[in-house]
Design a protein around this ligand. Structure first.
Ligand SMILES: NC(=O)c1ccc[n+]([C@@H]2O[C@H](COP(=O)([O-])OP(=O)(O)OC[C@H]3O[C@@H](n4cnc5c(N)ncnc54)[C@H](OP(=O)(O)O)[C@@H]3O)[C@@H](O)[C@H]2O)c1
Length: 352
């Protein structure tokens, strides 16, 4: 099969460089173009500052930065854009490229709460892809977004316990500094410190959870009515957002029943076997002191899906409350890997 030609928007950033890594030798997509801020146009990708240990993949190192407009990208036969742009830049660019027929898989927050745009996490809400199909009735291209990196880990950790009937969530996050991009949080603010506020993050968790778990009826999503309370805190870890989660459920389960739900959980068939889909999207760790960002942030099998599995531990049940600690990789499952998986699903479902 001929690979789909794509562009990485924001290719110099932390998420952008994970896109380049995940798309290297990808069986379905090929990076044909890269874009970043205007001053980069013409610069060789391989000459930019590597922000991730794997560096810039050799196969795309000789690409030169293009102008970020539909005409330039069309001349490179680009059909799909993976966006790692800041939200304010994404607002204009993603709309213009979609109107010109380039399908967008975005990490930016610009369109997440737009009624026409899905926040897609394939294992959680693959039927929401219907919104992208509907966009194609009015536009040549569609926009599909990822959830915020904190919301993604939370949503996947909740999946196995949905059958108990969730009523209320109380969440506290311990978020890594890479979540703020590059150069991110000043060293003098975060070294040996924690910062109990991340602008906009707590309301994103509340609103995005309601939309992601919402019921889709034809082309409208009815948001979930759970009560959601979140405190989001920046801590001096590098990668991995840890969450303390208390879930109030309708039916009073036993610990054994909840454990069995985690152990037996399988993703739905539309997601199984996609190249970046982990065989187990959620794993339950038994050790009392896990999950830990330094040990568990790259869980995921096969190799292409490393960093795509959410680890859950410290599972406890007390009457109607299930408590756990969850960990997700903010740069992979919560960002670049999540978008690549969304694109793989869109292709399998005939949208590309
Ligand atoms: N980091 C995470 O854990 C995470 C998780 C989920 C979602 N996100 C979202 O993903 C996006 C990227 O995040 P990041 O952490 O990778 O940020 P980052 O490291 O700051 O990278 C930002 C990228 O955007 C480019 N850019 C900035 N201004 C631009 C402009 N005016 N025109 C064109 N390109 C411009 C930068 O290019 P230059 O180098 O040329 O300036 C760089 O490539 C953001 O929307 C963020 O909220 C991040």
């Amino acid at each position: 099969m001929k690979k789909i030609q794509c562009v990485v928007l924001g290719a110099t950033g932390v998420v952008g460089q994970h896109f380049l890594r995940l798309l290297a030798s990808h069986p379905l997509f090929q990076v044909a173009a890269v874009c970043a801020s205007e001053g980069r146009i013409g610069q060789r990708l391989g000459d930019v500052n590597a922000l991730i240990p794997e560096g810039i993949p050799a196969e795309s190192a000789d690409l030169r930065f293009s102008a970020m407009d539909a005409k330039s990208l069309a001349s490179l036969k680009v059909q799909v854009a993976f966006s790692a742009l800041p939200t304010e830049v994404a607002k204009e660019v993603e709309k213009d490229l979609a109107a010109a027929g380039i399908h967008i898989f975005s990490n930016a927050g610009a369109y997440r709460m737009d009624d026409r745009v899905p926040i897609l996490i394939p294992e959680v809400n693959h039927p929401h892809l219907a919104l992208a199909r509907e966009q194609l009735q009015h536009s040549k291209g569609f926009i599909i977004t990822n959830a915020n990196c904190t919301t993604t880990g939370l949503a996947l950790a909740l999946l196995p316990i949905l059958p108990f009937g969730i009523r209320k969530l109380v969440v506290a996050s311990y978020q890594a500094i890479s979540g703020a991009g590059y150069p991110g949080v000043p060293a003098l603010d975060i070294s040996g410190n924690v910062i109990p506020y991340i602008e906009g993050e707590e309301s994103k968790v509340r609103k995005e959870v309601a939309k992601i778990f919402g019921c889709i009826q034809e082309t409208t999503i009815e948001p979930m009515d759970w009560q959601v309370y979140a405190h989001c805190v920046r801590v001096p870890t590098l990668v991995g957002h840890l969450l303390s989660v208390h879930v109030e459920v309708e039916n009073e389960p036993t610990l054994e029943q909840v454990q069995a739900c985690f152990e037996n959980y399988q993703p739905d068939r539309p997601v199984q076997g996609l190249p970046t889909a982990p065989v187990k999207p959620v794993v339950l760790l038994q050790e009392k002191n896990r999950p830990q960002p330094s040990r568990d942030v790259m869980l995921g099998d096969p190799v292409r899906a490393q960093g795509m599995t959410v680890a859950v531990g410290r599972l406890e049940v007390e009457k109607h409350v299930i408590r756990m600690i969850a960990l997700s990789n903010n740069l992979i499952r919560g960002a670049a890997g999540g978008s690549v998986l969304n694109a793989e699903l869109a292709l399998r479902e005939g949208l590309l």
